[in-house]
Design a protein around this ligand. Structure first.
Ligand code: GUN
Length: 297
């Protein structure tokens, strides 16, 4: 009897490094040409530790590839009007090519109003309704970093998606919903038949077992078990959770997928950490480079 092979790992860390190196070459050429490098600004309101970590890595990664990057920090009690004034200032500043407002925002601020006030051409997070609408229509747009990163991984690993059944777990505005739209488009990767599962889905396991490509963005640690995955499926894990562990740190990072079990059944799988996560910053930087190029035209 031949031993069944484990799935091939989709290495997001390595792919993100490749993408950042590609951008770095372009940025270096701009600087050689006496052009301004792309400038990314992040706005953070309040003191959410996870947001601080994310924004810190975005700033460091941007600078590491030669971009200019700055962070505008505001206290928790900043008013919506004050935030809107800053966004108006950044919208008009020709030296800023792209900016993001790190989420979540404090409860007293209307997130939709804030995102809607960002100039779509500088919305490198791809959250503005104009960018979401253009993406849904298959037009050129900034696509949010996580779905864009997953599409890039499917592309760079030559994973065939045409005509396949793609099951997306989760319908968030940032991941599940755009992911389902992108996978249904007449593109490569894409051109899949898509099912979206969410908290009210009745026969989720039956649907998951039909998935050729399973994209897991359900927000529950190790939710996806071996008996929910078809033999040979491509499994993409968007989750990032800290769970208690008997090691020095007292915790470990896991995804929405029970990796050790599912790796034996899948044909390809993204690990956590080192899968989808590192791709998000690379795609944000790619969007910032695009914003800068678009502004020059
Ligand atoms: N919070 C969690 N992920 C993101 C992201 O991709 N962009 C922003 N702006 N906030 C986030």
């Amino acid at each position: 009897m031949t031993k069944k092979m484990d799935a091939q790992l989709i290495d997001g860390k390595k792919t993100a490094t490749e993408i950042k190196n590609e951008i770095k070459v372009e940025v270096a050429a701009m600087i050689d040409n006496d052009e301004y490098p792309p400038h990314l600004v992040a706005i953070i309101v309040g003191e959410d530790p996870a947001s601080e970590t994310y924004v810190g890595s975005k700033e460091r990664s941007a600078k590491a590839i030669g971009m200019t990057s700055s962070v505008y920090r505001f206290p928790e009690d900043t008013t919506e009007e004050e935030l809107l004034e800053t966004i108006d200032f950044l919208n008009k500043d020709d030296e800023v090519h792209g900016f993001i407002v790190q989420l979540p925002l404090p409860d007293h601020i209307d997130v939709d109003r804030v995102i809607g006030s960002i100039k779509p051409e500088k919305d490198v997070d791809g959250f503005h309704p104009v960018n979401v609408g253009k993406m849904a229509l298959g037009q050129k747009a900034f696509v949010s970093a996580t779905p864009a990163g997953i599409m890039e991984l499917l592309d760079r690993y030559n994973i065939d998606t045409e005509g396949k059944h793609c099951v997306v777990l989760g319908r968030s505005n940032i991941v599940g919903s755009p992911m389902s739209i992108l996978m249904s488009k007449k593109t490569k990767p894409g051109n899949a038949t898509v099912t979206v599962c969410h908290s009210r889905t009745q026969n989720m396991k039956d649907l998951m077992l039909q998935a050729d490509i399973l994209i897991c963005a359900i927000g529950q640690a190790q939710f996806v078990k071996e008996d929910m995955v078809k033999e040979g499926a491509v499994v993409i894990d968007v989750g990032i959770h800290r769970i208690p562990a008997e090691n020095e740190k007292g915790y470990k990072i896991v995804g929405d997928v029970n990796f050790d079990a599912v790796v034996k059944k899948a044909s390809f799988i993204t690990p956590v950490p080192g899968g989808v996560g590192p791709m998000t910053i690379a795609m944000l930087l790619k969007n910032t480079l695009t914003a800068q190029k678009n502004m020059k035209q």
